[in-house]
Ligand binder design. Sequence first.
Ligand code: NAP
Length: 267
Amino acid sequence: MDLGLQGRVYIVTGGTRGLGNASARELVADGAKVIVTGRDEKRTTQAAAALGAGAVGVVADNADPATPGRLIAAAREHFGRVDGVLISVGGPPPGSGLGNTDDQWRTAFDSVFLGAVRLARAVATELTRDGADGAGEGGADGADERGAIGFVLSGSVHEPIAGLTISNGLRPGLAGFAKSLADELGPQGVRVFGLLPARIDTDRVRELDGLAADPVASRATHESHIPLRRYGTPQEFGRAAAFLLSPAASYLTGIMLPVDGGALRGF
Ligand SMILES: NC(=O)c1ccc[n+]([C@@H]2O[C@H](COP(=O)([O-])OP(=O)(O)OC[C@H]3O[C@@H](n4cnc5c(N)ncnc54)[C@H](OP(=O)(O)O)[C@@H]3O)[C@@H](O)[C@H]2O)c1
């Protein structure tokens, strides 16, 4: 199947490692160009170099209100257009309902929640402005598709995860925001979706397993609750993200896709 990604341009935040980076790799492999971001300069430079000529790295913190404008400007400057965004970011700190502090909630809200809302809003404005480069180009069935906005969320959208109270508090709200935006932008040809990873084998998940007294046993317990009996690979996540961002997914909007080996028990 041709995903229709050739020549399209996507912003991938949190794209220097983990899920964002794997998604950027899949996008570039199918002919798209990407702006990848992270807070660390060295990692950002290295990630962009590893992705090759189809990628430019920009050091940017999702919590910074100036970030969306800078990233859209970079995409236009380097590649001449914007077709969508995948919003990934470092996960909120672990902790309990009684244990997480106001500072932890505020910091996580700024980067995970408000940062995502601002990026989505800015990219939506860019995609729907008169004369935007992607406007009016055909989706898989020839329908007008202006672009796509994807949020990397978490299985905590549907089921609270033990020990990740801030994620449990923020992610369902972001899913609600994404659904509202899908309603608002659908008539203008912009799709909005969320991806719900559970246990994909990245630094973040290894760090979380590392908090257990016995990290190997913790991983084995998690794997035993996943129907496919293993953690997912970043590439498996990246392929799902690249598909949903692509024009090949032209009739998919407002959805929250679990990428979890079947771990989610609800329908
Ligand atoms: N992996 C999973 O299975 C899983 C499951 C559920 C939810 N999630 C969520 O999915 C997201 C990505 O997970 P991951 O496993 O890819 O995490 P990761 O391996 O820790 O990678 C996070 C990426 O985001 C960047 N980043 C962190 N804070 C940032 C900020 N404020 N602004 C811009 N970039 C930032 C990091 O680079 P710098 O540190 O250099 O900024 C890095 O590139 C997280 O929010 C995580 O909670 C993941």
